[in-house]
Write a protein that binds this ligand. Sequence first.
Ligand code: NDP
Length: 471
Amino acid sequence: MSNETKKTPDYEFGGSAGSIGIMLFSHVVLYFLYYLLGVENWTPNVFTITTYAAFVFAEAVFAYILPGVWMQGLTLTNNSGEKYNLKYLCNGLCSWYCTLVMLTFLHFFGYFDLCWITDNIGRYMTTSIIYANICSVMIYIWGLIVDDSKISEQKILNKIDHLNGVLKNLRTFEVEIPQSETEIIQNDIEFLYRELDTLHRKNTLTENHLYDFFMGSILNPRIGILDLKMFAEIRISWMLLFLITTANMLKQYQEYGYISNSMFLIWIAQTLYTNACMKGEECIPTTWDIFHEKFGWMLIFWNLSGVPFLYAVQSYYIYTYNISLSHVNFYILFCVLEIAYYIWDTANSQKNRFRMQRRGTLVKRPWAFPQFSIGTLENPKTIRTDSTEILIDGWWAVARKIHYTADLTMALVWGLSCGFESFIPYFYFCFFLTHLLHRAWRDDKRCRQKYKEYWVQYCDRVPYVFIPYVY
Ligand code: NDP
């Protein structure tokens, strides 16, 4: 790496001390919560080790072979300085349906009784933790070996300045130029900003191995067409969560002879969430995690273990204490859940589809369910920046992180579905609130640096972050 590209490390999450703290805390909290719920057997066995691996393997096969839509992802530069785009085969929806068929077959024909997951929840959790830690080490080493950053920050900044100068001159002298010409220049500027961001990601290797291990050493590790980060984020975490929650529901039925309304609520909530991740998978390549976050311990651990097991605490709690809600509480929570889901789904969709429209990569997927027409905005209001446009229409005129508010509301419903007897089901909400507040702060900091006065304009036009007239 050339000297001009070396930066003073901008430590996040409290640097190496924070990283160690988070890594320890993440392990402890998972064990502690399930210990409080009475789990006793933690030792993985051949059965849990092979079935966990078999599930991941089956998902990987689906990811390679099933039909889907090809989406364009990040623009990068190869070693010869040529631009190229990562391509993602988004076949999550097809994989989701095939997974449902596969699980139904395995369960009802007695090859794999899903209730075994609940019976062995502690063993499965340890198994997932071991896999997550091993994968983190392997992928960290991979990232250290592969270094494809060949261009310097200064060169990119010079090019951006030059192109901005060209655009400014064209506007100042009101030269009559075709729209397509300005679009080409704007696209080039956008590409360069992304390139800069990518370079910064790579340059965040600080030589502090602990911190780098936590944050990751590689942005987009791939095996052939399989993007490991997106695979872990969508196919493993959410599918496993669905699997565990379904197992807990079936176990309740097996033991008590019925499924309580409380269990039904959490199952619906998490099935909707999983389904949304699959049906909207083509929107994922442009999200924060894929574009910005490297595939380090933080993402690997939370995708392979943290998300499925921490988020399944509520359904395990409901099964353990056989919780039911009053009819009134159930209907109220059900309505709140549906409204929050609607806002979350359509807000994410509006922004992601807007970005895809601008890049010419929008695909229509009429077979995905549910589809909401307001998820795609026609001719939305925007703020035009040097490189791109900021959406200030639809939900994005209401609050800058309205999708976080809706997501948090759903998280609260997950907790409330368990009643008020214990704090355990609310741990997830508190954790998620902290996570999203920190994430919103990080994203705001990044966007302020990137969009400068345009971001200030945006904040003036849409002054609230989470809840209009409150914050
Ligand atoms: P966001 O959807 O908040 O994306 C942030 C990026 O979007 C910004 O960096 C900027 O990127 C762009 N952007 C922000 N505002 C606008 C705007 N008004 N118009 C156009 N572009 C804009 O990122 P996340 O990945 O954090 O969230 C996606 C979803 O995932 C959320 O619903 C969140 O709740 C959910 N989530 C769920 C988690 C879970 O564990 N359940 C964990 C994390 C997230 P650019 O610089 O490219 O313009």
